[in-house]
Design a protein around this ligand. Structure first.
Ligand code: FAD
Length: 462
């Protein structure tokens, strides 16, 4: 592998940053990851990444890339007590209806996010040419006098009275997440900020951990009533350790799941299916509920900028941050890392313009899935193109058909898991299956509060 430079510096040591560091280490003599938190050996939520306390599923595509970059990591996670299972065999509800379980062959890894991150980061930390500067703040970029190239970053240790330092770099990669300061830094350097596309979802997650007992799950790894326009409250209840489970409740457009323990349980009871409430109402809580607000999905259009400084790239949530209920962020960060690897493998230092164009291409599908899905909620603002309207109308039929036909579940999970493109759901054989069950858009399923016996029946069928 050719060496493209002496040092690459990655800003941010969360999932996007460590995946980038893994591939950069193949092409730069030294890779330095600058992170404001203490991260090495840390497998609990931390200040710089407060979202990591909430339920995080790793999609099939992300899992495949993790295994490619870190061979044996699935076995390592299993040995550490992390449950893994077939994505199609979880108990999924869409529109208050349980879809048919299916053996898809796609693995779902349900580790607590900080545990998953710690395993990945520990692997990256063993790469001889990667070092972590922990508890360092990134203050800004260092550019050449003509501001055409980024040649380093200003950093400052969090130890009291520490001075700012300059870290020289042949390449800088911003992986500082949603709060990335790159738009402001570009401004300071005399460049334009990128356009931003926002889909305001007014989402909140509120999460609590419980000691899990087998009877809570009845043989499944997780129970997931997903929010839909008719039933906008949702939940992810998953086993994440040998006797540990996590419940994240989700509410949209300001309907935030409360943190008061009794009100939290009431919110679980208000879900359209009883399964989650029945599982946790007598369970032993291990902590107090905590909340995280996610006002909007944000796609920054760096690929549209006509001028951009050389030797500087952006990756992960800093580039695009998706509504998390679709569970895409870590997998997209992994796909982006593979895109970076393919640019490095050309044997030339990566150039921002073609890299951003490829990243944007990578993002089109997950963005269509999440932004398009969000626009099915009438109160979410945004332009409903014909593609969005047709897509959502078809998805409603497809999700209904999946309540009858496990082959439809499989096709759906392959697309949701970012393994197949959405076009796979439009193939004639799949469309025949869908329209066999739902020629018209089906009415949403009723809530168990309206039809209590229906809820009790669905809750027992795995
Ligand atoms: C509630 C919620 C649930 C989610 N669920 C899922 C899921 O189920 N599946 C999934 O795949 N994805 C999920 N995601 C998305 C996923 O968390 C992110 O996509 C993923 O973390 C990649 O983010 P990142 O590494 O780019 O940024 P982040 O995780 O935000 O990390 C940024 C890092 O940069 C550091 N940093 C920031 N600024 C500085 C600075 N100035 N100096 C030094 N360090 C700095 C921070 O400390 C942090 O470690 C969810 C997100 C949320 C909010």
């Amino acid at each position: 592998m050719s060496q493209l430079g002496a040092r690459a510096v990655v800003l941010g040591g969360s999932m996007g940053g460590i995946l980038a560091a893994r591939v950069l280490a193949e092409s730069y003599a030294e890779v330095v990851v600058v992170e404001r938190d203490k991260v090495l050996g840390v497998s609990t939520p931390r200040r710089g990444a407060p979202h990591t306390v909430h339920a995080h599923g790793l999609h099939a595509r992300g899992h495949l890339i993790f295994e490619e970059l870190f061979p044996g990591i699935t076995d390592e996670l299993r040995a550490a007590g992390v449950p893994t299972g077939d994505l199609g065999e979880m108990r999924w509800f869409f529109n208050a209806r349980k879809i048919q379980p299916a053996r898809t062959g796609l693995l779902s890894v349900t580790a607590p996010r900080p545990v998953l991150e710690n395993h990945v980061r520990s692997r990256v930390a063993t790469i001889p040419n990667v070092t972590f500067m922990q508890e360092y703040d990134v203050l800004g970029l260092v550019a050449t006098d003509d501001r055409e190239q980024i040649v380093g970053v200003r950093v400052q240790s969090r130890t009291p009275n520490a001075d700012a330092e300059v870290l020289d770099a042949d390449l800088v990669v911003d992986a500082t997440g949603r709060g990335s300061r790159t738009p402001a830094w570009l401004d300071e350097l005399g460049y334009q900020r990128p356009e931003e596309e926002r889909v305001k979802v007014g989402l909140a997650y509120t999460t609590r951990h419980y000691r899990s007992r087998p009877e809570m799950f009845d043989g499944v790894q997780s129970i997931n009533p997903v929010a839909s326009p008719a039933h906008p409250r949702g939940a992810f209840l998953g086993q994440v350790g040998t006797d540990l489970c996590i419940l994240s409740l989700t509410g949209l457009l300001g309907d935030y799941p409360p943190t008061d323990p009794q009100a939290f349980l009431e919110f679980a009871r208000s879900l359209p299916v009883p399964d989650v409430y029945e599982a946790v109402r007598d369970a032993e809580p291990l902590d107090d509920p905590v909340s995280f607000r996610f006002p909007a999905s944000v796609r920054r259009r760096y690929e549209r900028l006509l001028r951009f400084p050389d030797r500087y790239l952006i990756i992960g949530d800093a580039f695009c941050s998706f509504n998390p209920v679709y569970g895409q962020g870590m997998s997209v960060a992994a796909i982006q890392a593979m895109t970076l690897r393919s640019h490095l493998r050309t044997g030339r230092p990566p150039s921002s313009s073609p890299f951003f164009a490829d990243l944007s291409h990578v993002i089109d599908t997950p963005w269509d899935i999440s932004a398009g899905g969000d626009l099915d909620f009438p109160a979410v603002e945004g332009r409903r193109t014909l593609k969005v309207r047709v897509g959502n109308a078809y998805m409603a039929r497809l999700q209904y058909a999946a309540t009858e036909d496990p082959e439809v579940t499989t096709g759906f999970m392959r697309v949701a898991g970012l393994v197949d493109p959405p076009e796979a759901l439009m193939r004639p054989a799949m469309m025949r299956r869908v329209f066999r069950h739902a020629i018209r858009r089906p009415a949403p399923g009723p809530s168990w509060h309206d039809v209590p016996t229906l809820g009790a029946a669905t809750s027992r069928t795995g």
